[in-house]
Design a binder for this molecule. Sequence first.
Ligand SMILES: *Cc1c(COP(=O)(O)O)cnc(C)c1O
Length: 370
Amino acid sequence: MNTYRVIKVSEPFTTQDELKAIREVLLSGQFVSGRKVKEFEERFANYLGVKHAVAVSSGTAALHIALILLGVKPGDEVIVPPLSFFATIEAVLYQGSVPVFADIDPRSFCLDSQDVERKITKATVAIIPVHLFGNAADMDGIMDVAERYDLAVIEDAAQAHGTEYKGKKVGGIGNMGAFSFYATKHMTTGEGGALVTNDGEWARMARIIRNHGLIDANHHDYLGYNYRMNEMAAAIGIVQLKRLEEMNERRIVNSLYLLGELDKRNLGWLTVPELNTNVRHTFFWCPVLVNGERLGLSVTELATKLKKKGIETRHRYHEPLYRQRALGPSYRNTHLKNAEQVAGRLIGLPNHPNLNKDDLDYIVTTLEEL
Ligand SMILES: *Cc1c(COP(=O)(O)O)cnc(C)c1O
């Protein structure tokens, strides 16, 4: 029994530097969209290798602005994956548009580009691939479909800061990319997000929409929102971004160690996902698939049992998104085979940068002894 502490599934990695950065902003008296936001945007764009980053109040706001910039309107269809955080489709619903679900690839848990193509209709305007758990969606396949049907691609990279697909950072591959800096993500600003793009006009318009549609102090030329990022958040973001690669490396090392050890142990009830050699996976989650029948426990029971032993796990996305009540009855007949098979069987093991080898070994032995 691990008696010294609970191993949390996620933990922000912060130091005195964040404190110093906030202090500086507090003392300056400038709290909103100023120097720090601008610096954070430049650094984040530079990190990703894109021309523009627009800092906003959340990842959801970034997705919403992306859809506004595309002119997505009621009746338009946007193709989305059934396995993600609900925010991916909330943004579509905010525009009165229709989320259309395509199935996932059971190896990557991300959108299957062939099924995306099957779901295209005359009303389709965009695709939102989600780089789930720090993995990357099949961007070659998705960009190819998008080009052939003249569709826009918004990457939901809220779980994939620094993930690379064929050597290119995700978020900068499609037309636009959305990131979140919520507390549990690879890096945090408390709450926050960013929209990234290589298109200067979109970046300019995104800055107008995040600030009430104002083009100057008095003229609201567009319907906008209050989607600004504040200076304190940006100041934290600057510090966190400097540490992102170090934090990602630790996540990757921790996850590969856990997955490697579990693979060796060959537990009949636990499957380690296959990793794609074209992807630098940054492991927002360290996901494993559980076969509850073989284990003799439901996945929820497993999560409870592990928690009692001091190991927190992630157990979310129990069901495909199309079954969420907020969507109403229109998806009653939607049934995507791979998503149905995977949803509910996934748990995420602790892999955050603060863990040490003893923690990881404790996780492995605890799972082995079940
Ligand atoms: C976290 C997350 C979001 C939303 O980000 P917020 O900053 O919480 O609004 C969107 N999509 C995915 C896949 C996420 O994990």
